[in-house]
Design a protein around this ligand. Structure first.
Ligand SMILES: C[S@@+](CC[C@H](N)C(=O)[O-])C[C@H]1O[C@@H](n2cnc3c(N)ncnc32)[C@H](O)[C@@H]1O
Length: 208
């Protein structure tokens, strides 16, 4: 594996020194702009129960906590480095009992059925194995009528997408219609696709 691949594989699973650098990077710049673009159109109630999957550096957990001041926001990530950073960034809310961050994979979510009003997945589904199984897991933990929000910086048609896929083993940059098909096969309804054409940002929302 070349040095660039080694560094960028930390976007898939942050580990060690480069992983710590990567999660710091995830909390700023382009990720922040895109998250704000996406979240501005998501309806969130003040007491919502929310899960952020692949929470990385935890900046989106913090945004969601602001939007649901009487709710609880949980995060999961299968990277120890991501869990540590998310826990640090959201330490106050964790101490207040409004936030919990756990090390876990989307493949087997550590929750019962019908727990969450909203599940978010920012910049992470590219790395999920067996996507329809994972979408079924998300559906399982959502309440009936609950929303699933997927936000990707790559919409499968950007000039850099093939390059990212070759640099990061196991990455797949989904086209919107591929996501729609997998969500529909997993039983989601009301699937809606929004794009920022210039930036190739993609947001897909679906309902259980
Ligand atoms: C590019 S980062 C995005 C982090 C954050 N959501 C953001 O937008 O800044 C992808 C994150 O997804 C996590 N991830 C990837 N596959 C996962 C899986 N199967 N289960 C849980 N987390 C996963 C990685 O560990 C990493 O922290």
């Amino acid at each position: 594996m070349g040095l660039l691949s080694k560094i960028f594989s930390n976007t898939r699973k942050p580990e060690g020194f480069f992983g710590k650098m990567m999660v710091n990077g995830m909390n700023g710049g382009g990720h922040a702009q895109m998250a704000n673009w996406a979240l501005s159109s998501v309806q969130i109630k003040e007491d919502d129960q929310i899960l952020d999957i692949g929470c990385g550096g935890g900046a989106n957990i913090a945004r969601l906590l602001q939007r649901a001041p009487k709710g609880v926001v949980q995060g999961i990530d299968y990277s120890t480095v991501s869990v540590a950073k998310s826990s640090k960034v959201n330490a106050k809310a964790i101490a207040e009992g409004r936030c919990k961050v756990q090390e876990a994979s989307v493949v087997k979510l550590p929750f019962g059925e019908s727990v969450f009003d909203l599940v978010t997945a920012f910049e992470t589904i590219y790395f999920w194995p067996d996507i329809e199984h994972c979408f079924n897991e998300v559906k399982r933990v959502l309440k009936p009528g609950g929303q699933f929000v997927i936000v990707n910086e790559s919409d499968g048609s950007g000039p850099m997408d093939a390059k990212w896929e070759s640099l990061i083993e196991g990455m797949h940059t989904y086209k919107p219609e591929e996501i729609r098909l997998h969500l529909s096969n997993a039983g989601f309804k009301g699937i809606d696709i929004r794009k920022d054409e210039a930036k190739h940002w993609l947001m897909v929302t679906a309902e259980k």
